[in-house]
Design a protein around this ligand. Sequence first.
Ligand code: PRP
Length: 191
Amino acid sequence: MGRVSVLYSTDEIAERVQALAREIAAALPSDVLMVIVLKGAFVFAADLIRALNQVGVHPRVTFVSLSSYGLATESSGQVTMRGEMPEHVSGRRLLLVDDILDTGRTLAHAKKLLLDRGAREVRVCVLLDKPARREVPFEPDFVGFSVGDRFVVGYGIDYAEEFRDLPYLGALAEATPQSAQSDRRRRGRGR
Ligand code: PRP
């Protein structure tokens, strides 16, 4: 297990989540459908939905589980959906919520799937954006924190399924960010 240093404290995250909720409230209707990407976004989404409640937004909630496998699949940028596509997206205004925007493949794919299913609008909210890592063009609408190429864990985000329970966002000190990230994905652990 690598050493974790605090990147954003619990208080800093709470403050940023409240600000995000205000931004979202100004841009989307009260009955917006939140589409939460599993697994990493579950802690962020749980705090975000309660912050939205405080500013008068009362979202409906659904989940998607997306996965990419192996080197060949990585380089081809193919992302597949595990399980069912969320129902009742046709004509709806959606807020797609994820923990990390990295290469952009996962969210680009998810957004396209939802629009293909007839969603009227898909706005995207990410806790962490890593713009330096982008491999497909993708612009999020709401960003918690923009970070460099660090390997971030905690607050729902794992390294090999560890650290999701940390109440803060931390940087994994011993991991070389890009190699660690690639290794993690090569193991086909899923996303
Ligand atoms: C992470 C994150 C995003 C995706 C972003 O998932 O939750 O869904 O990777 O990467 P991309 O922009 O390069 O597509 P992860 O593999 O950590 O799975 P998990 O959320 O189930 O832990």
